[in-house]
Design a binder for this molecule. Structure first.
Ligand SMILES: NC(=O)c1ccc[n+]([C@@H]2O[C@H](COP(=O)([O-])OP(=O)(O)OC[C@H]3O[C@@H](n4cnc5c(N)ncnc54)[C@H](O)[C@@H]3O)[C@@H](O)[C@H]2O)c1
Length: 257
């Protein structure tokens, strides 16, 4: 699919990679419906893109991707606003790290990851893409639109990263679903791909102590963090390459977890 033909929903659009994807899509002539829980962030995004001359091609909607009623309304709203849909980029994501169990050094008490901490990340990072992709696919199947594509943002943590029981499970599940959605939806002309980024320069990393960041980067064969633009190249490839489905691109500087 040509980027200029895209009518794209981007979740997690107010920050980091999602925000970068919205800008790149708009610059390429696509229509974009930018979705996030952060209404203020969506406001500044729209302001920036309007100032750059792309405002007419970008609409925004506040939506929590883990809430079924909000997702149903948002996908329907996107289809009406853009007069069609053919791209979905699931970039919204959170993490709430912690060990499964841990003995407190001072008191000896055993601490556990709470069910709430587990569930919150599963809700946003796995149930969110499930709901968004389900509603997107249902809309495409209903309308019989031509080629469509879904891009899911997984993570190198999908291989199982210490302190991330919840996040690793969600991101691994998302790659499994990418494969099976690719198989299930091929008959409707819907392709589904995933990207598993390594450490990428977004607000998530900017909040890290420099020493911790340095330690992390020392384990990356390319010896640096990645840029949102390098993940955008993967998104662009998945959207444009009509023979790509059901697979995950690892864009991680060669790091192993
Ligand atoms: N930055 C990295 O190093 C990195 C590495 C691997 C994977 N990822 C994944 O890439 C994606 C984008 O990451 P980022 O670094 O741009 O993150 P970010 O924190 O900069 O942006 C995430 C956006 O998602 C939004 N969001 C959070 N919960 C939401 C919800 N319930 N509904 C709708 N929107 C919600 C936030 O408001 C935010 O704007 C995430 O899925 C993340 O897990 C990031």
């Amino acid at each position: 699919m040509r980027l200029s033909d895209a009518k794209a929903i981007v979740t997690g659009a107010a920050s980091g990679m999602g925000r970068h994807f919205v800008r790149r899509l708009a610059e390429a002539g696509a229509h974009v419906h930018a979705v996030d829980v952060d209404a203020a962030g969506l406001g500044t995004l729209h302001h920036e893109l309007s100032a750059a001359g792309f405002g007419a091609h970008v609409s925004t909607a506040t939506c929590d991707v883990s809430k079924e009623d909000e997702v149903v309304a948002t996908v329907a709203g996107a289809r009406d606003t853009m007069r069609g849909l053919n791209v979905l980029i699931n970039s919204a994501g959170i993490f709430r790290d912690g060990l499964l169990v841990k003995r407190d050094k001072n008191t000896g008490a055993v601490q556990k990851m709470s069910l709430g901490t587990w569930q919150k990340v599963i809700d946003v990072d796995l149930t969110g893409p499930f709901l968004m992709t389900r509603e997107f696919a249902a809309a495409i199947v209903e309308s019989g639109d031509a080629e469509s594509v879904v891009v899911n943002l997984s993570s190198v943590s999908r291989h199982g990263n210490i302190g991330q029981s919840n996040y690793s499970a969600a991101k691994a599940g998302l790659v499994a679903d990418t494969k099976l959605w690719g198989l299930e939806l091929a008959r409707y002309g819907i392709r589904v791909g995933a990207i598993a980024p390594g450490f990428i320069r977004t607000p998530i990393l900017e909040g890290m102590p420099p020493a911790a960041l340095e330690r992390m980067v020392s384990g990356v064969p390319l010896q640096r963090v990645g840029e949102p633009e390098e993940i955008w190249l993967g998104v662009k490839f998945i959207v444009e390459c009509g023979y790509f489905t059901g697979r995950c691109l690892d864009i991680d500087g060669g790091v192993t977890i």
